[in-house]
Write a new protein. Structure first.
Length: 248
């Protein structure tokens, strides 16, 4: 008897195949193409194999495109849009701009005023990070170059209404938190709820690392599970079927 294809089982195997594509991409795609059909042959359901091979190839392509399709040079001036609210780190303000063929990370003065959706003209030295670990960390976000203290001219403002609403909601939540909780406790709460660690001092970062509690200040799978569970049971409270609540 053939295995019954359920939505949850299909999603699980598709995600697994995508991850396998990323894993086998650098060492040899043929090995993965052999292993996946062999494993799904045991289920006696060829539909699994077809979709899983497809997602395996998508994963392999995604890895190779992200790692190897990196522009080595960038012409200035660069015109790009700020893709997310700037973040603070020590004396710097970090800004991510999208210029069409990729993204760049700008390190500017902490007190300059830039925001999501600003269209900027940037002139300066754009470099590929020398540290391989940091370089690969940025590449997964599509960031290929960094620039320190470039000359920036704000041209206009371009933004998505949906994302602007989300970021405005985050700023409003931050204002309410800061009005209700005193410092320094408010800094820890902002990190746990909003993922904002820009107000952390070096001493606090060190204490969290030494105590092994740094993970509670990062938005992680644990936080996603908590929020998802809250939404799930809230929907069930209104007598919605579990299937639709899970989908939501």
């Amino acid at each position: 008897m053939r295995d019954k294809i359920t939505v949850s089982k299909l999603i699980f195997f598709l995600c697994l195949s995508f991850i396998a594509g990323i894993f086998f991409a650098p060492s040899g795609i043929l090995l993965g193409l052999f292993l996946i059909p062999a494993s799904y042959f045991l289920t006696k359901n060829r539909l699994y194999a077809v979709f899983c091979i497809l997602f395996f190839l998508i994963g392999a392509f995604h890895f190779n495109y992200t790692v190897y399709k990196v522009p080595t040079e960038i012409d200035t001036p660069v015109y790009g849009v700020v893709k997310e609210p700037p973040s603070l780190s020590g004396k710097f303000q970090k800004i991510v701009i999208d210029y069409g063929n990729g993204r760049s990370l700008l390190f500017v003065d902490r007190y300059e005023k830039y925001g999501y959706g600003d269209y900027l003209k940037v002139e300066g030295d754009f470099n590929i990070p020398e540290d391989e670990g940091y370089r690969n960390y940025l590449r997964k976000e599509g960031i290929y170059h960094t620039a320190f203290y470039p000359e920036i001219e704000k041209k206009e403002h371009k933004s998505s209404f949906f994302l602007s609403s989300i970021y405005n909601l985050k700023e409003k939540a931050q204002e309410n938190i800061r009005g209700a909780v005193p410092a320094p406790q408010v800094f820890l709460l902002e990190a746990m709820v909003l993922g904002d660690r820009s107000s952390f001092s070096e001493e606090l970062n060190e204490r969290l690392s030494v105590s092994g509690t740094r993970h509670i200040t990062a938005i992680s799978g644990m936080h996603i599970v908590i929020v998802s569970s809250m939404i799930f049971y809230l929907i069930l409270f209104f007598k919605v079927k579990k299937r639709w609540a899970a989908l939501a």
